[in-house]
Design a binder for this molecule. Structure first.
Ligand code: 5GP
Length: 189
């Protein structure tokens, strides 16, 4: 998506270990106009998919997911990173975060991820695919169906996208980063 690629090249910053910082418009300050355009693009790309629920993981996935849910007029459920004492019918899974170098538990209630749900997962980044694998596990535990995964930014050099596509999952990424070597951002045309 042209506008996102241009914005990454303009405002994105590279960090050691293949991390792209986009705090200027996604992860800290947010640009709602760009966020809306990205959601419109997801709606276009998943137009032929039968979806009844949008899902994400807190925190950075919530903004794009709610934009998509708003456009599709569908509920948005986010997996939580802290186990709330009040959550009923809890499903849990473990996710390894390479940016934080630790594993954490994510949970969602069966009340909101239900058997037969046709789930579109939306997140900010796809790197090694660990968060995505956690979501696949939660969706399976719930007896729901994962019908697609949409990412604002995919880092192709970490190969999470290869794994998901090999599983036959419909994956759409709005900008694909080929490399961040020598702190130079290379985006796929
Ligand atoms: P994965 O589980 O695919 O390895 O990583 C995905 C998660 O890690 C995303 O939800 C995102 O929060 C975080 N992440 C991975 N790579 C980056 C990155 O380069 N920049 C930022 N800001 N977050 C990242």
């Amino acid at each position: 998506m042209k506008a996102l690629k241009e914005r990454i090249l303009r405002d994105g910053k590279c960090f050691e270990g293949g991390i792209l910082k986009v705090d200027n418009f996604i992860n800290h300050q947010m640009d709602p106009v760009l966020m809306k355009s990205m959601a419109v693009e997801f709606v276009r790309r998943f137009a032929s998919t039968d979806i009844n629920k949008v899902m994400t993981i807190e925190a950075s996935g919530i903004a794009p997911a709610i934009m998509v849910g708003y456009l599709l007029e569908l509920p948005v459920v986010f997996a939580k990173k802290k186990r709330p004492s009040t959550m009923e019918n809890m499903l849990t899974t473990m996710v390894y975060s390479f940016t934080k170098d630790r594993s954490y538990e994510v949970c969602v209630s069966r009340d909101y991820l239900c058997p037969g749900d046709r789930v579109l997962f939306i997140d900010d980044f796809l790197a090694n695919g660990n968060a995505a694998k956690g979501v696949i596990d939660l969706v399976q535990q719930a007896g729901a169906e994962l019908v697609g995964m949409g990412f604002l930014i995919e880092k192709a050099f970490q190969h999470g996208g290869d794994y998901l596509r090999q599983q036959g999952i419909h994956v759409e990424s709005l900008a694909i980063i080929e490399s961040l070597e020598n702190c130079e951002i290379k985006i796929r045309e």
